[in-house]
Design a protein. Structure first.
Ligand code: ATP
Ligand code: MG
Length: 351
């Protein structure tokens, strides 16, 4: 009976805890939190100054006593304490909007494929100590396929490439499970670093991370015929003074060729280890791109050309994982089918 009360009144949540962004989905309300995974801390008194978008605006602009921390690295928690505080802040924000006495929520959270038991336990512990009453782990690739409404329960191959900020995960899914996969630490953030390196090496211009990301988002695509020069601002490494230069956008796009090639090579390698029956399905259905990194214009076409299979970017790829996790809040049977055993439950079965 008490459980019924909890189910009725608690606002269960789906959380996509990403390297770049954290999203929270609440049943009947949709995506209620969509913020950068960034926390700004005042080291003089150890107080948190801001979390999310506000903290992200401080990147590269802080005096020495303010530290802007990104507590996730390559899809996993690298700073447990800060992650816990960030989650607590987001969960509280959602709870307060509902009622001041809301019971602790059930949480479904996404995890990467290539995760150790210790990293998995860190996710569970952070969510529990941030205020959840129970936590269920689901692989991000499975969640993104569900979010894109792919028929993952069928005995048929579904190919998903989730390009996030720190991680690209490639998975072939059939009968609600991952049959073949590859994961690499080349993703959206590396495109930004490519731009930073390009500006430094070719133009002696030092560009900040946020600036590089902004330029990446302005690009018109690999096959665009628009060649309106893009303005890049930074510090001239020779004079030490601020400088603005105009660069042909195609040159900027091609500075990312190596990173794009890494992704393509890993997609090919995944297809090579996929059972032929499933390869045939994928050839027919194509490959789905999800995650914010897939918003790099023209990336779908470059991948399609390289692997000679149809490639499509999903609708709203930045929210695909959290929407998939949200669907699982409502579908207990599917959640049972796809949930990864919790680290404590695995310990119990080992014993
Ligand atoms: N319009 C855009 N064009 C190009 N890249 C974009 C665009 N919008 C967002 N991105 C990139 O998407 C990435 C973030 O995507 P996403 O939120 O899916 O990652 P994440 O889930 O936080 O990271 P991960 O899954 O690797 O842990 C960032 O690198 C960001 O620069
Ligand atoms: Mg992600």
């Amino acid at each position: 009976m008490f459980k019924n009360f909890l189910t009725k009144f608690s606002k269960d949540m789906a959380i996509d805890l990403g390297t770049s962004n954290t999203l929270v989905y609440v049943k009947d309300r949709g995506v209620v939190v969509n913020e950068s995974s960034v926390v700004a801390i005042n080291t003089r008194n150890d107080q948190i100054l801001s979390i999310g978008e506000e903290a992200s605006k401080m990147i590269g602009k802080t005096p020495p006593h303010i530290v802007v921390s990104k507590p996730l690295l390559d899809g996993v928690i690298s700073d447990f304490e800060v992650t816990e505080k960030m989650l607590k802040y987001f969960i509280n924000k959602v709870q307060q909007e509902n009622s001041f006495m809301a019971p602790r929520p059930k949480v479904v959270v996404g995890i990467p494929l290539d995760i150790t038991e210790v990293e998995k336990k860190a996710v569970e512990d952070a969510i529990m100590s941030a205020g959840a009453r129970e936590v269920h782990l689901v692989e991000n690739v499975i969640a993104s396929a569900i979010g894109a409404r792919l028929p993952i329960q069928d005995p048929s191959g579904n190919a998903v490439v989730n390009i996030g900020g720190g991680l690209t995960e490639i998975a072939i899914i059939s009968l609600s499970g991952v049959v073949a996969w590859r994961s690499l630490k080349t993703a959206g953030r590396d495109f930004d670093h490519d731009i930073i390196n390009f500006a430094r090496n070719e133009y002696n211009l030092l560009v900040g991370e946020r600036n590089a990301e902004r330029i990446k988002m302005q690009l018109e695509g690999f096959e665009s015929d628009k060649e309106v020069p893009l303005k890049i601002r930074g510090r001239d490494l020779i004079t030490g003074l601020p400088k603005e230069i105009s660069i042909n956008p195609l040159l900027i796009l091609h500075c990312m060729d190596r990173s794009v090639k890494m992704i393509v090579e890993n997609i090919k390698a995944t297809l090579e280890i996929t059972p032929p029956e499933l390869t045939a399905d994928i050839y027919q259905k194509g490959i789905l791109l999800t995650g914010g990194g897939s918003l790099l214009k023209g990336l779908d076409k470059v991948i399609a050309k390289a692997i000679r299979i149809n490639v499509q970017t999903g609708d709203d790829p930045l929210t695909c994982v959290v929407r998939g996790l949200g669907i699982l809040l409502d579908d207990k049977n599917l959640l049972k089918e796809v949930a990864v055993p919790s680290s404590s439950r695995e310990e119990e079965t080992v014993r």
